[in-house]
Design a binder for this molecule. Structure first.
Ligand SMILES: C[S@@+](CC[C@H](N)C(=O)[O-])C[C@H]1O[C@@H](n2cnc3c(N)ncnc32)[C@H](O)[C@@H]1O
Length: 416
């Protein structure tokens, strides 16, 4: 069903309501600490997000949610206008200044308009999308809202945008598995690129600064994005563990004994508890990255509700969780209730590890030990450093560190 058009309402009343809803949304983003700079705040208060979402009711256009604008034949999202919280978070990571030349990869119009506000009259924004339909829509809405100076290109962003190079800032708004050589080449030295990068199946928005031929990570945030199409597309491996409701997602070409693992869940369950707790609403995204660094075989357990209800698996979250694998043994994160925080009254949960397979006890203990190590030294991401070097560059890093060889870069994830 097509949502009712906002144009049916009185345009003056509509504009006033849109302004009020927009201010409320920005107030909430500031209260949560997502928006920290006056520049990003001003841009968000100025750009009429609803005008980039024609036909979408105002309440939805100003909800803190992504709006899917295109799906593939199986219903998977191919294009969307990202959730305001993600848009704002990435703009803060990007640190745009007036006069900057900025490239956005993955268009929609809205974020390009925000960038146009941030670079001002002396700057230049170029946005590129692989999908001609998305480009037509972005071009139209940017023109209608007065952002005619934004250069809108149709093409594979893997090659950057040679016609507008060099850039002081590049923002990739589609899930990337690798860092394309063109991005580094087209970025000035000392320039910044913010990219939702997939590492061991985990997507993190990383703000990198260019330092010669390497990129040095300056901030890392949790995010989710539709995967990149075109030359940069990369599929992870899916190992089915139970019917059609439990699978292990294995990324970065890690070697996995799919046949041995496929039988793991039929062997007895071993559980171990760690004494490490987390409160409701508290993110433990850095634990995932820590385990990906510390465990030689790391994947994501993806589950459907039916498998939890049938007690086939007990993952930490309803969609799944981090998992370690070794031969035919699997060990994944679980949580159990552990009372409430006396200060805040929030419910508290204890981390545990559930394991199956010939080495279940040993692998569960090993993961449990790593959960405790994260809790002691790296909660909140303390000491995390991500760098990208040209493929094949020799690197020596003190443990714990993870080296991921992508097609174009050698990525290092280390913890001081
Ligand atoms: C989340 S949307 C971008 C949202 C947008 N920045 C906004 O302002 O709303 C991701 C976009 O990336 C595009 N995309 C996917 N692969 C691409 C590629 N290789 N080059 C350029 N665009 C790509 C998709 O067509 C989709 O429109």
């Amino acid at each position: 069903m097509t949502p009712p058009s906002t144009t049916d309402a009185d345009p003056v009343e509509d504009a006033a309501r849109a302004n009020a809803l927009r201010d409320k949304l920005v107030d909430a983003l500031m209260a949560s600490g997502t928006v920290r700079s006056t520049q990003v705040e001003a841009a968000l208060r100025t750009v009429p997000r609803h005008r980039f979402l024609p036909g979408v009711p105002l309440d939805l256009a100003y909800a803190n949610e992504a709006v899917v604008t295109k799906r593939d034949d199986d219903g998977a999202s191919m294009s969307s206008v990202s959730a305001p919280v993600i848009v704002a978070m990435m703009l803060e990571q990007l640190q745009v200044a007036p006069g900057h030349r900025v490239l956005e990869i993955g268009s929609g119009g809205y974020n390009a308009a925000l960038l146009a506000e941030l670079v001002g009259a002396d700057g230049q924004v170029t946005t590129i999308d692989i999908d001609p339909e998305v480009i037509d829509r972005a071009r139209l809405s940017l023109a209608e809202t007065g952002y005619r100076r934004v250069r809108v290109l149709c093409g594979d962003g893997e090659a950057g945008a040679v016609e507008a190079t060099p850039f002081d800032r590049i923002i990739v708004t589609v899930g990337a598995w690798d860092l394309a050589p063109a991005w580094l080449e087209q970025l000035v030295d000392g320039g910044r690129i913010v990219v939702p990068l997939r590492m061991r199946g985990l997507t993190r928005s990383v703000a990198f600064e260019r330092d010669g031929d390497r990129l040095v990570g300056r901030s890392v945030e949790l995010c989710g994005f539709v995967p990149m199409q075109g030359a940069g597309a990369y599929r992870e491996q899916l190992v089915w563990l139970h019917a059609d409701d439990v699978a292990l997602r294995v990324d970065d070409g890690q070697s996995v004994d799919a046949e041995a693992l496929a039988g793991a869940l039929t062997s007895p369950r071993v559980q171990t508890w760690t004494g490490v707790t987390v409160a409701t609403g508290e993110s433990f995204e850095h634990l995932d990255l820590w385990l990906a660094t510390a465990m030689p075989g790391f994947g994501l357990l993806a589950v459907r509700r039916s498998a939890i209800d049938a007690e086939v698996v007990a993952p930490a979250l309803s969609w799944g969780c981090s998992a370690a694998f070794e031969g035919g043994t699997l060990a994944y994160l679980s949580l159990r209730p552990s009372g409430a925080d006396p200060g805040t009254g929030r419910k508290v949960f204890e981390f545990g590890v559930t394991a199956h397979g010939p080495e279940a006890k040993r692998l569960a203990d090993q993961v449990g030990e790593q959960i405790r190590a994260w809790n002691t030294g790296h909660r909140g991401g303390a000491g995390l450093r991500i760098e990208a070097h040209p493929a094949g560059t020799p690197v020596t890093l003190p443990a714990p560190a993870l080296v991921i060889d992508k097609r174009h870069v050698r990525l290092t994830v280390s913890w001081a």
